[in-house]
Design a protein around this ligand. Sequence first.
Ligand SMILES: NC(=O)c1ccc[n+]([C@@H]2O[C@H](COP(=O)([O-])OP(=O)(O)OC[C@H]3O[C@@H](n4cnc5c(N)ncnc54)[C@H](OP(=O)(O)O)[C@@H]3O)[C@@H](O)[C@H]2O)c1
Length: 352
Amino acid sequence: MATRTIRCILTGLGNIGRTLLEILPARAARLRDRYGVTLEFVAVADSSGCITCPAGLDTAAVVACKRQRRGVVELAGGDIQTASAMTVVEQGAADILLEATPTDIRTGQPGLSLVRTALQRGLHVVMASKGALVVDFDALAQLSDWSGNLQRPRLRFSGAVAGALPSVNLGWRDLAGGEIYAIEAVLNGTTQVMLTLMGEGKTYAEALAEAQRIGIAEPDPTLDVEGWDTANKLLILANAVLRQPTRLDDIVVEGITKVTPDDIHQARRNGGRLVLLAKAERGADGRYALSVRPTAVPAGHPLAQLGQQEAGIVYQSDIFGRTTALSLEDGPVGTAAAMLRDILSIAPDIHR
Ligand SMILES: NC(=O)c1ccc[n+]([C@@H]2O[C@H](COP(=O)([O-])OP(=O)(O)OC[C@H]3O[C@@H](n4cnc5c(N)ncnc54)[C@H](OP(=O)(O)O)[C@@H]3O)[C@@H](O)[C@H]2O)c1
């Protein structure tokens, strides 16, 4: 099979970006033989700056540098130049931007400017970060193939909505042609762990401390426990899959901060389960009502079976019926893998 080299710019070298670089070498032969693809990293960026090498960077050296918690600009020298990430996105010889910087849902930055510029220039984009999608989905969609114009660059973000869980792709690609009546989903790891632990007898504070100890909850868990992380993901599903222009204000959001052990036990009494449920329900007017709320799902509901570290999504549609995906994920590999699947899904569309 003829192979094509895809030249990548990777912004963000934290859990996700670094893990993506780590999982690739063992897969290089598979990517070449099965998909006809070789990935070459021509630039990578972290908070210290951006380094670039047109012939391709040594990704093992980048991984080693980040594992030592050093700034990637320390690798500059010889063939490796420093430049701003924006300059590389504007001018570098590349095919695709892989975006994995932190999510800022107020400004969308730094991802928003990078992604917008990349798309305007005709680079394809794969995102793990959510900020730019939350702040300006519509503008990014217009610049990309989501506009309906397949001459425009591809924009993919399947890892941004619960990592490995095929939440976006299932609704957008695999239910194509169907009319979606409803989405129900559990999309946040921290709250799923906490509600499970509270069901086993821990208090809210103990459950939060445990979720932080195992590294699933941030030191500041506000976005998770107050439901905003789930709302961000529902916003992306609403815009991308349901095609309903949606902003955060359009979603009714209630987190788990007021949930008591009693609420959890009551849900369990009949075999059901209390989860932080993201829900989209189509009304008679064709519009979807969007909410994030602690909800008792009944026994027999697919989301009542979720384990402590599982995420899940259930679509109801006219011609496909009920379609469910569940995913058990531990750590950042699932999201890095989602970036890889997005790259491979658009690889056939990448022409020089
Ligand atoms: N972690 C998950 O399981 C998960 C799941 C789904 C989606 N996501 C999303 O994926 C993104 C990355 O997550 P993560 O866990 O990898 O975050 P992280 O560990 O905090 O890493 C963020 C990376 O971005 C770099 N960075 C910060 N500001 C930058 C800037 N202005 N320009 C370029 N690079 C910059 C950081 O640099 P330094 O290395 O110098 O600090 C770091 O390498 C986030 O948007 C997150 O919401 C994460």
